[in-house]
Design a protein around this ligand. Sequence first.
Ligand SMILES: C[S@@+](CC[C@H](N)C(=O)[O-])C[C@H]1O[C@@H](n2cnc3c(N)ncnc32)[C@H](O)[C@@H]1O
Length: 248
Amino acid sequence: MVSPAIALAFLPFIVTLLIRYRHYLLLLYRAVLVAWLRDRLTGTSREQRAFQYVLAHAIPGDPHHILQTFDQWCYHCEHLSCVGPDKGRIVERVLLERAPLRVLELGTYCGYGTVLLAQGLPPGARLYTIEGDPRHAAVAEKVELIVGPSEEVIPHLREKHGLMNANLVFMDHWKRCYLRDLRLLESHQLLAEGATILADNVLFPGAPHFLQYAKTCGKYHCKVHRASLEYFRAIPDGIAELRYTGAR
Ligand SMILES: C[S@@+](CC[C@H](N)C(=O)[O-])C[C@H]1O[C@@H](n2cnc3c(N)ncnc32)[C@H](O)[C@@H]1O
């Protein structure tokens, strides 16, 4: 049994921790606990609940309204790990600057990033999106949706899906896969000269090995756009923008 005196001595420390990490605790509460409880109570997944909300409230065929409706759901109902509006503006700006013709997204999830990318593409552009979880794969139309783990799909993108190389890659799947998949794209010559790679969440949850490689390997110009975590303004995050300068 811990004596009350010892417990009391730790109280200021615990309170300091709680105050300091309150935003992360709130994220844990909303993203894990609330979702788990609602899954149990409704018998549906949070992705299905989000889709039902979007279907009921978004104007069909209006990509901006579809994204806004997703945002409303995520701010007011439940958390989803979509790229979100703040970092979405960075993606939109890069799309406008680069006007890429062949875009590859890693991690489709509910299709938020896919809609964001698709609505910003120039005429004639093609978007490929890879999703490992078949439950999240019921999204695409104007895009080529490829179901499977990125490490198995990437090596066959050229001969099975006709993607010669990509001018823009949006990485937003599991952060631990970023470095491995960037190297896979390099080794299969799937990055066009001057291609842009955008990688979400490089500061939170973070992709330190990926960032270190991008900054030191000599194949990329790399900058990190600081922003906040999707739907949590108090948690710092960032999108990395890499410009491929060619194989060495
Ligand atoms: C953060 S979500 C993607 C969010 C999406 N880009 C958006 O903005 O709406 C990550 C998704 O990547 C998928 N994923 C994770 N690792 C993967 C892999 N190695 N291959 C394919 N999909 C993967 C997960 O199933 C999940 O649906």
